[in-house]
Design a protein around this ligand. Structure first.
Ligand code: SF4
Length: 482
């Protein structure tokens, strides 16, 4: 099935989510004044599969080895070209919605589990991979959104999971029977939580002997009894409730995140993909993180395109587009944005086949990609605010523009170049505002810093993957050291 965006929104109705925002139950995420824009961004991942442009459709869909066409967000990468298409798809969508479209975390979890379940079965004779393939078939056939749940809440960061005062601060197994397990704990920052059909849970770190109850991976429907979502606040989120669309900057699209609580949730063994095999938890984490660090080279470049376009428009409207320093700063933004895209492409085209039959990114380059993403969007935001000018931060509201007592003053005194409506100048400044300090900055900046792991996490992998011995040999050869 290749759902459309409106099919997807219909599929979210009638579920029994236990979800809350601002102290109130959320019964209809798609119709919610704040969360609805996030569901629309997710819906864009479905609509692209039906885009009139065949090139975009080719990015948004893929063919399984059985010859079935599926949405690419449910696809297991079968070649380096698939990995490159992933980055191009993410850039296309980032550029279209200007925010996180929330469907890649689950996709990356599917690909990491495909490899890891195969590896565990080969080494230990378990039967996780066939189970996982049945789950994958369900996701592909029904064209589902999966939420990837990795980040435990962690409590005391200096204590291992089993050494916490409260054992529930890492998701763990509290009971096992012949046909199911019971799990308890919570996962933080769950992107797209209320728009997901399924939650794929993975451990958050490499585990060792004695930590078997924490080495658990499974998938459950999002409305499984015992699961509660508490949606987080975002800067300026209530502009969607109290203000006119102009003041939101990007009124159509946004993302949301939630704290996801598992309060004694029953998981059938058929949906369990790792249970106590501690030696494989670190591999699962590293692969998932590698795939998601690759992803940022696509999606953040797409949002960067929007920011560059907004800044170029603001320069036009301010009458400074011809100034050499303005042109130079725009060139710098393009150079920065294409740097992260290049990293996304590089780790993809250097992808390698896995014994499971899928492809994985080059881990070193994927971590370099994400390390750059922890810096470059922040410099892009600085340049954007520089070029936008101070008015971005002091702009009166759209309600004042609509007010007969003040509207004409605003039109007269906030006008830029002749021929451009003051309202359009306000619109573009609001877009820059949301991307750099408003709701959109959660997608563009906070996610760039912490999503797929904070900066130090990438430095650890870069240190481990760096070919220092080969580099030393190269240096020795040139220096004449025997
Ligand atoms: Fe996808 Fe980027 Fe959002 Fe991650 S941060 S889910 S890669 S859009």
């Amino acid at each position: 099935m290749l759902r459309t965006g409106s099919d997807y929104i219909d599929s979210l109705r009638g579920r029994h989510l236990d979800a809350y925002f601002l102290g109130e139950k959320v019964t209809d995420p798609a119709g919610h004044p704040v969360i609805g824009s996030s569901i629309r961004a997710l819906a864009a991942t479905y609509d692209l599969a039906h885009d009139p442009d065949p090139a975009r459709r080719a990015l948004a869909t893929a063919e399984t080895p059985e010859g079935v066409v599926v949405n690419r967000f449910t696809h297991i990468h079968r070649s380096a070209d698939d990995l490159v298409k992933k980055i191009k798809l993410q850039r296309t969508l980032g550029r279209r919605v200007g925010c996180c479209f929330q469907r890649c975390v689950g996709w990356d979890a599917l690909n990491a589990l495909f490899i890891t379940t195969h590896e565990v079965d080969a080494a230990l004779g378990t039967s996780y991979h066939p189970r996982f393939l049945r789950f994958l078939a369900h996701v592909q056939e029904s064209d589902l959104v999966c939420q990837g749940a990795m980040t435990d809440v962690k409590g005391d960061r200096g204590a291992r999971p089993g050494r916490q005062e409260d054992p529930d601060l890492f998701v763990h197994v509290v009971r096992r029977t012949a046909d199911h397990i019971v799990v308890r704990g919570a996962k933080a920052h769950q992107t797209g939580a209320l728009g997901s059909h399924e939650i794929i849970v993975m451990p958050t770190l490499a585990l060792g002997p004695g930590e078997e109850d924490y080495a658990v991976s499974f998938a459950v429907p999002s409305d499984t009894p015992g699961i509660t979502f508490v949606v987080g606040r975002q800067a300026s989120d209530l502009r969607a409730v109290y203000d006119l669309p102009l003041d939101q900057g990007n009124a159509r699209f946004a993302a949301h995140e939630a704290l996801t609580v598992f309060d004694d949730v029953t998981v059938p063994l058929e949906r369990v993909f790792l249970l106590g095999e501690v030696a494989y938890s670190g591999k699962l984490v590293e692969r998932f993180a590698g795939f998601h660090r690759q992803s940022y080279g696509g999606c953040k470049a797409g949002i960067g395109d929007v920011l560059i376009g907004a800044v170029a428009l603001a320069a036009d409207y301010n009458g400074v587009a011809g100034a050499s320093h303005v042109r130079d700063k725009l060139v710098e933004m393009v150079h920065l944005n294409e740097t992260i895209y290049s990293c996304g492409l590089a780790c993809s085209s250097e992808g390698k086949a896995t014994p499971a039959g899928s492809y994985i990114i080059d881990l070193l380059l994927a971590n370099v990609c994400k390390q750059n993403v922890t810096r470059i969007p922040f410099e892009m935001a600085r340049l954007a605010q520089d070029l936008a000018g101070g008015l971005m931060s002091t702009l009166p509201s759209a309600k004042d523009l609509a007010n007969p007592a003040t509207g004409e003053y605003l039109r007269k005194y906030l006008k830029g170049v002749p021929g451009v409506a003051t309202e359009d100048r306000m619109r573009v400044l609001r877009l820059i505002e949301t991307l750099t300090i408003g709701r959109g900055a959660v997608s563009y900046l906070a996610e760039s810093m912490h999503g797929a792991g904070s900066p130090q996490a990438q430095r650890v992998v870069i240190g481990r993957q760096a070919p220092l011995d080969e580099d030393k040999e190269a240096a020795k050869a040139l220096a004449g050291i025997a």
